[in-house]
Design a protein around this ligand. Structure first.
Ligand SMILES: *[C@@H]1O[C@H](CO)[C@@H](O)[C@H](O)[C@H]1NC(C)=O
Ligand SMILES: *[C@@H]1O[C@H](CO)[C@@H](O)[C@H](O)[C@H]1NC(C)=O
Ligand SMILES: *[C@@H]1O[C@H](CO)[C@@H](O)[C@H](O)[C@H]1NC(C)=O
Ligand SMILES: *[C@@H]1O[C@H](CO)[C@@H](O)[C@H](O)[C@H]1NC(C)=O
Ligand SMILES: *[C@@H]1O[C@H](CO)[C@@H](O)[C@H](O)[C@H]1NC(C)=O
Length: 409
């Protein structure tokens, strides 16, 4: 018990990272950060005065611990001068003696930027493979529309469709991003479908950005950063989140990068692909399929379009490695489609560019673990095989029924 007590005391004492009780650095740090996030310049604006007032209150509260602290006295002096010069009292929201003092409504405050540890990344690409928030990867054959992520700020919905008319061959054909109304933005929708010529340059309503409301700063809270027909980023600056959409031929892929605090603002995440992955019945063991392509193809009624050796050369040549190499192999062997090779390559470069380091190393460790497991298990074969279509017409009718049923399972 005494240890717990000591630990909590030391947490209280040292959590401020401050040896002296004078909190001038904290006040100054908060002020600086707020100025940066909101792009504030020292001017006679209501918002600047509000921030100044909070800063002066912070300083006043710690005043008695700061006797003789040069930094305290000099910055307090400067701020008090600003306060006078900008006539901050004249704003109702800053005038303490005003009995009708009220907070401004609908003010857009940017979230503080999160530390790298608190950032999550999720990616859906290829035939499709999903890298989930917890760093696990799955290969799926689930058809239909499902939320990838869904929270108080935005929803990303993906539609997975059977392509090429082959059993269990599915890819992303539609991505919808819904940005929910907030003090920092109105409601906006971005929509990409694979049958269009290229990715749209803006939201459905034709706009490409959203200025921060009630603010005279000229930074955007939300914007569409269109690079070319095949790559677009929808950036939600006010919550430090971004959605990255790629297109290759008739296929789409999508990645989401966001802080945990943003992602966890909805109670139930059970339906979101990035948190829970695909249904068990729709998961495919891609590692085993690559190892035993013939038995995989027979079991699931698919074709080996490209021999393993050829696929290995191609996937190495485009520079994929690790998990993305596996995905590339699987997609190329069982579809023969080079667009999917390109998607795997881009998914890898996005992952390396956007995912925080701890997630990257997690993915590498996971792959090693999975490989060990499957190489230790020679006896395991594929389960729940589909009846072969070539055997008879009846069995292909049966297959069609199964395929129809899959989305409902
Ligand atoms: C500053 O702090 C003192 C107490 O330490 C308090 O009486 C005074 O009202 C405060 N002034 C402001 C402007 O907050
Ligand atoms: C602050 O509010 C009080 C009370 O409403 C008012 O008398 C005073 O004039 C205001 N100060 C300024 C500078 O507007
Ligand atoms: C919008 O601004 C108001 C007033 O500043 C604040 O009370 C409210 O919490 C804000 N809403 C959101 C969603 O941040
Ligand atoms: C990640 O989440 C999925 C789905 O809930 C689960 O099957 C998997 O074991 C998790 N992986 C890790 C490393 O926790
Ligand atoms: C091999 O796979 C089967 C089926 O998934 C499993 O029950 C068994 O425990 C595995 N054996 C080893 C050695 O991992």
């Amino acid at each position: 018990m005494s240890i717990v007590y000591l630990v909590s005391i030391s947490i209280i004492l040292f959590s401020n990272n401050q040896v002296t009780p004078c909190r001038v650095e904290e006040c100054a740090g908060w002020f600086q950060k707020t100025k940066d996030y909101e792009n504030l310049v020292p001017k006679a604006t209501e918002r600047y005065c509000q921030v100044l007032q909070t800063y002066l209150k912070c300083m006043n509260d710690t005043q008695r611990f700061c006797h003789g602290n040069l930094r305290f006295h000099s910055s307090e002096l400067v701020m008090r001068r600003h306060w006078k010069e900008f006539e901050c009292e004249k704003w109702e929201s800053c005038n303490d003696s005003n009995p009708n003092k009220k907070r401004p409504v609908n003010t857009c405050y940017f979230n503080p930027p999160p530390s790298n540890r608190k950032i999550k990344y999720c990616s859906l690409f290829g035939d499709p493979h999903i890298i989930m928030f917890n760093g696990s990867i799955q290969t799926c054959s689930e058809e239909g529309a499902r939320p990838l992520v869904d929270n108080r700020y935005f929803l990303v919905q993906v539609t997975n469709k059977n392509v090429r008319g082959e059993a269990l061959t599915t890819t992303v054909t539609k991505v919808t991003v819904l940005i929910r109304k907030h003090n920092c933005t109105s409601s906006l929708t971005y929509e990409a479908t694979s049958d269009e010529e290229g990715l749209p340059r803006g939201f459905v309503d034709g706009t490409t950005y959203q200025m921060i409301p009630n603010s005279n700063s000229n930074s955007n809270s939300v914007e569409v950063l269109w690079q070319d027909n095949n790559y677009v980023e929808v950036s939600l600056h006010f919550i430090h989140s971004s959605i990255h959409i790629r297109r290759q031929g008739p296929y789409l892929s999508v990645s989401v990068k966001a802080p945990t605090i943003v992602l966890e603002t909805e109670g139930d995440v059970a339906n979101e692909l990035c948190w829970t992955g695909c249904r068990k019945s729709a998961q495919i063991s891609a590692e085993k399929a690559i190892e035993k392509p013939k038995s995989f193809a027979e079991c699931y009624n698919r074709r080996v379009h490209v021999l393993k050796k050829v696929a290995e050369d191609r996937c190495k040549n485009v520079g994929t490695s690790g998990t993305f190499y596996d995905a590339c192999l699987f997609d190329l062997m069982f579809t023969g489609d080079d667009y999917l090779v390109q998607l795997a390559r881009h998914a890898q470069s996005d992952f390396r560019r956007l995912a925080p380091h701890h997630i990257q190393s997690h993915l590498i460790q996971q792959r090693v673990r999975i490989q060990k497991q499957s190489s230790n298990n020679e006896t395991e074969t594929f389960q729940k095989c589909l009846p072969s279509a070539s055997k008879s017409i009846i069995s292909s009718a049966f297959l069609a029924v199964i395929l129809l049923l899959i989305p409902m399972i």
